[in-house]
Design a protein around this ligand. Structure first.
Ligand SMILES: Cc1cc2nc3c(=O)[nH]c(=O)nc-3n(C[C@H](O)[C@H](O)[C@H](O)COP(=O)(O)O)c2cc1C
Length: 258
């Protein structure tokens, strides 16, 4: 399969075979993924690869009790990391300039680019991953479990294992919905209806058929896909709470000093 075919074949995998991933394969994935672009070639990220079942049990609650945390042989937590660079700078008798929000963003971008390369390399090796938003939402609970020092913040993470399911490919927006040629061309109501047509159809095709959602859909009188997102899945209260937690963590890890 070539790269284009491989990328298009992606599907998040949430069920895994009870098979370990050989260390040789993990190392090959890591070595390959390192070729991701990285700001200033500083690689201001690191990754915690967790296979220890006891540590995965501790991660289960902050990962919102999603079964993948326990059932996948590996959990990967990608972090913006200026701890290592700080030590190097100080040992090299120079100033450390990266205790600010800009540095956090650079580290986060580096970490996320690296993570996507890990995902692609893993898929090439017949593995599957499922990113978990709980990594960022509950980063303040995950950081102490993984013993993260100052200047290190988890930004994304995924479970990884050999697939034990073959889910249907999920929809994507039509290309015209995500691209603007030359300058931003703001959307009319008609554009939005056209771009989100397939997502809107998901309400009957997918969400009304999902047993765990139908009760909530009835209780909260949810009428369409957008309401599934805003009223059931990603609420304003939850997003406000996660934002506060994350800002406090970024501050506590010394990324708001100057
Ligand atoms: C940052 C991020 C967080 C995600 N969090 C979760 C999650 O917590 N649980 C889950 O089951 N899937 C999670 N996903 C997977 C998405 O639901 C999935 O990528 C999306 O529905 C598209 O499906 P596909 O990856 O199979 O194409 C996450 C994906 C990303 C990129």
């Amino acid at each position: 399969m070539n790269t284009i075919e491989r990328i298009k074949k992606h599907q998040s995998i949430r069920k895994y075979k009870n098979l370990p991933i050989p260390k040789k394969i993990i190392n090959e994935i890591l070595e390959t993924a390192q070729y991701a672009s990285t700001s200033g070639n500083m690689q201001s990220y690191s990754v915690i690869v967790t296979s220890d079942q006891e540590i995965k049990k501790k991660l289960f609650v902050p990962h919102m009790e999603q079964s993948m945390t326990l059932e996948a042989p590996l959990f990967w937590t990608f972090c913006a990391d200026f701890n290592r660079i700080k030590k190097w700078m100080l040992l090299s008798e120079t100033t450390f300039n990266y205790d600010n929000f800009m540095a956090f963003m650079i580290g986060a971008i580096d970490a996320i680019l690296f993570s996507q390369n890990v995902s692609l390399a893993a898929e090439e090796k017949g593995l599957g991953v499922c990113y978990m938003g709980s990594t960022l939402a509950n980063a303040h609970l995950i950081a102490p479990i993984l013993k993260l020092p100052k200047n290190v913040i988890p930004v994304c993470g995924f479970a990884m294992g050999y697939p034990d399911e073959n889910p249907e490919s999920r929809d994507r927006l039509p290309i015209e919905g995500i691209v603007h040629w030359d300058v931003y061309n703001d959307y009319s109501d008609e554009d939005i209806q056209r771009i989100y047509r397939q997502k809107n159809e998901m309400f009957e095709k997918r969400f009304l058929k999902n047993k765990s959602l139908t009760k909530q859909i009835e209780e909260k009188s949810v009428k369409n896909t957008a309401q599934v997102y805003s009223i059931l899945k990603y609420t304003q209260e939850a997003y406000k709470k996660y934002s506060k937690q994350l800002l406090n963590l970024i501050d506590g890890k010394d990324f708001f000093n100057n």
